[in-house]
Design a protein around this ligand. Structure first.
Ligand code: PHE
Length: 377
């Protein structure tokens, strides 16, 4: 029954209600009406409409009852109408309040339900990647040298010819520049010095000794650049770890002992090392260190017979260049060449990684193919 059928816009007299029993019956009907409508109120928006329809000051049901039924009631009925109206008001107000609380706490519950974290659900797996094999090998090498007292320094990849060559005892027109004198930056004419991408990490020997008096024990991990055409063993950019130890009494024995320790730590205790004479302008004497071939155990013969493809049957594999620091170098950094001595080495990281992990093409390091990278998690 619509609220309009309750006769709220008429007086009780006009509705033909003349005794107390009729008043009670009419109010019971209003109350039933209220209870019926009340069933349909479930959310906050419904509740507001409902509250206004019943309790609204201007034209709510209770206001209409007061204005149209109570006020114009005959003196005989006024008291009964008043009592019934008060009972109705108490019922309506309390029900509306109870429903408000229910809706509020229900809303809270559903908010809680929505925001609840279910700890039993599988988590979000974030692909965080892993360190590149070159980084891992850097780390292995750094750990070994740090464990025997070396510290790590890093330097600029863009260098001056002075640090890259001259102070390394490589004057202009020295033939060793032939395969290095490249990758110069284009600079304004006013530039004080040309700049080039460093061709080795050796400039950091000079920069370190300029800053620091002996004893010096540093390694320098970093990128270097050369005019090499790409093939299985060459890349225009590759990685080195430079090493330098200078003190008052460093001997050739300290030098070879340190290198042998490093090589065994890196490849395992069963490998042997050897060195052969070589030449670098900044070391004297200079050597190349070799390791007994880790693939055939230094036999030159492959596991299934035949020649080992890695060392080509030589049983030895060339590792890196090194030597005792050439006294001429000390002249560039104001060290007293009569008092100090030391050794230096320049390890090619890419090469070391290839030898240790059996990789036969340097290019795979830089192609970023995940099928390769995932093999070294
Ligand atoms: N700088 C040399 C190179 O890049 C390696 C080296 C470093 C040799 C230190 C001797 C001593 O080839």
């Amino acid at each position: 029954m619509p609220t309009s059928d309750l006769g709220l816009d008429q007086t009780l007299a006009a509705l033909g209600i003349t005794d107390a029993a009729q008043v009670t019956a009419r109010f019971a009907e209003v109350r039933r009406h209220f209870d019926g409508q009340f069933q349909t109120v479930h959310d906050e928006a419904d509740w507001r409409l409902f509250r206004d329809r019943w309790l609204g000051r201007k034209s709510g049901v209770l206001t209409l009852v007061t204005d149209n039924w109570l006020k114009p009631a005959t003196p005989e009925l006024k008291r009964d109408v008043g009592v019934s109206l008060n009972a109705l008001r108490a019922h309506v107000e309390s029900q509306i309040e109870v429903r408000r609380l229910a809706i509020e706490s229900g809303a809270e519950e559903s908010t809680l339900a929505r925001e609840r974290v279910d700890l039993s659900l599988p988590g979000v797996i974030r692909p965080i990647g892993s360190r590149h094999l070159i980084r891992q090998v850097f780390q292995e090498i750094e750990d070994i040298f740090v464990s025997i007292g070396f510290s790590i320094v890093e330097g600029p990849e863009i260098e001056t010819p002075y640090y890259n060559f001259e102070a390394r005892n490589i004057p202009e027109f020295h033939p060793v520049r032939d395969d290095m004198d490249t990758f110069y930056l284009e600079l304004p004419k006013s530039a004080k010095t040309p700049l080039l991408l460093r061709t080795h990490t050796s400039p950091m020997q000079i920069r370190t000794m300029e800053k620091q008096k002996p004893p010096v024990r540093v390694i320098v991990p970093g990128k270097v650049y050369r005019r090499d055409n790409p093939d299985a063993t060459h890349s225009f950019m590759f990685h080195q770890v430079e090493g330098l130890a200078v003190d008052t009494d460093i001997t050739f024995c300290d030098f070879t002992g340190t290198i042998e320790y490093f090589v065994k730590q890196f490849f395992g205790p069963s490998v042997k090392t050897r060195f052969r004479p070589s030449y670098f302008p900044f070391t004297e004497p200079s050597v190349e260190f070799d390791v007994s071939c880790p693939f055939c155990g230094g036999t030159g013969t492959a596991a299934g017979g035949g020649t080992c493809s890695k060392c080509k049957g030589a049983a030895w594999i060339e590792l890196f260049g090194a030597g005792m620091v050439d006294p001429a170098v000390y002249g560039f950094v104001n060290y007293d060449a009569k008092k100090v001595s030391g050794f230096a080495f320049g390890i090619g990281i890419d090469r070391m990684a290839m030898l240790k992990y059996g990789i036969d093409d340097i290019q795979v390091f830089f192609q970023n193919d995940v099928r390769f990278l995932r093999q070294f998690p």
